[in-house]
Design a protein around this ligand. Structure first.
Ligand code: KG4
Ligand code: ZN
Length: 345
């Protein structure tokens, strides 16, 4: 019997153990999650320190380092979960968006694993994974709710009418918020990745640098980070050229506040407009302490229940890929072994 004949008869079970693989950028990740929300293992081997030498992710290095790390990270996950391959019911894998060469490493591994174990392969969108991170643990959001997504590649306010369904209400028209953090950090000669560096530098700073207020776009929920980023870069260059001192802490604080406040304002307004009771967050920038404190305060003021995944579940990880993969698995939505990587999804 072929792989397809064996797999098509597999009926989804609610307590399925899903092994997830994520390799879209600079982290090689493997997680094992039971029933879509109970994390048994969530392992990461990061190549960020290698990329930091170049001030950003070098795709070729990322691919090579994924190749080195993939078997090891899967073994680490099995060991942590005290499981063997025989305990796995399905393999979920990120097939996009991300760096093509990096994605292909995880995807090829996942296909080979699914095929050798004769279990379903589930194709997961990285960005949907970030949104589904809020389902991990024992207090998942109750749809309908609004999700505030803020990563290095995407920034959006999304309405979730039902589990596994998404409607974008507004998104960035140019740079993603994390991208802006990284570029401003580079201008301030801080390290990579820039987000945590800006957060560190902003400590003790104040909102003293006047930056342009973000326009609301046509539908009132869109965002634009290019203007804000350019304003900071111009401010820094201007001061450098005129020999004026730059207070890195105040610049970092002012940028962080402007970038985050604009997104939170839209998420709160979207939740009010949709008449939902809950807001969930996801994406690497949701690991930012200022963002976490501000959204918590705003949700308290407006009586929204907040779902804020722990920091490790906001940045790239494979547990979120299992959480999103679970929705597709339960529908019997299994992928073809011809599944290809897609750099932009
Ligand atoms: O979700 P993520 O790990 O990868 C993508 O899918 O893009 O997000 C990475 C982004 C980077 O731009 C990084 O600088 C930012 O998240 N980031 C942060 C923090 N931690 C990560 N930004 C602000 N504050 C942080 N603490
Ligand atoms: Zn990500």
């Amino acid at each position: 019997m072929s792989y397809y004949e064996k797999v098509k008869n597999i009926k989804p079970k609610t307590d399925a153990v899903i092994l997830g693989i994520e390799s879209s950028c600079d982290d090689t990740c493997c997680a094992i999650v039971r029933g879509g929300n109970t994390i048994l293992a969530n392992e990461i081997i990061s190549s960020a320190a290698e990329h930091a030498k170049y001030g950003g992710v070098v795709p070729e290095i990322a691919s090579r380092m994924h190749t080195d790390a993939i078997s090891k990270v899967v073994q680490n996950a099995l060991k942590t979960a005290k499981m063997s391959f025989d305990d796995i019911d399905a393999v979920a894998v990120t097939y996009g968006a991300g760096l093509l060469g990096a994605l292909l490493v995880g995807l090829s591994y996942a296909k080979a694993l699914a095929m050798s174990l004769n279990i379903p392969l589930i194709a997961v969108s990285h960005i949907r994974g970030h949104i589904s991170a809020s389902y991990l643990g024992n207090d998942p959001p109750n749809a309908p709710f609004v999700s505030m997504l803020s990563s290095g590649g995407h920034t959006a306010v999304i309405y979730i009418p039902k589990d596994g369904e998404f409607q974008i209400m507004g998104q960035t028209l140019d740079d993603a918020i994390g991208e802006a953090f990284d570029k401003v950090a580079r201008t301030l000669k801080l390290g990579y990745p820039g987000g945590p560096e800006i957060e560190r530098a902003a400590k003790g700073g104040e909102n003293s640098v006047v930056l342009p207020k973000m326009l609301k776009g046509n539908n009132g929920f869109d965002l634009s980070y290019s203007g804000l980023k350019t304003a900071v870069i111009n401010y820094v260059h201007n001061r450098e050229q005129t020999g004026k001192e730059i207070d890195v802490s105040n610049v970092a604080f002012s940028f962080q506040k402007n970038a985050v406040d604009a997104l939170i304002e839209r998420a709160i307004r979207a939740a009010k407009q949709c008449n939902v009771k809950e807001i969930a967050c996801g994406g690497g920038v949701a690991a930012n302490t200022y963002l976490r404190e501000s959204i918590s305060e705003k949700c308290r003021e407006n009586n929204f229940k907040l779902h804020l995944p722990e920091k490790k579940l906001c940045t790239d990880n494979a547990a979120m890929i299992c959480a999103e993969g679970y929705f597709k698995y339960m529908k019997g939505d299994y992928a073809d072994l011809l599944l290809n990587a897609e750099s932009s999804l």
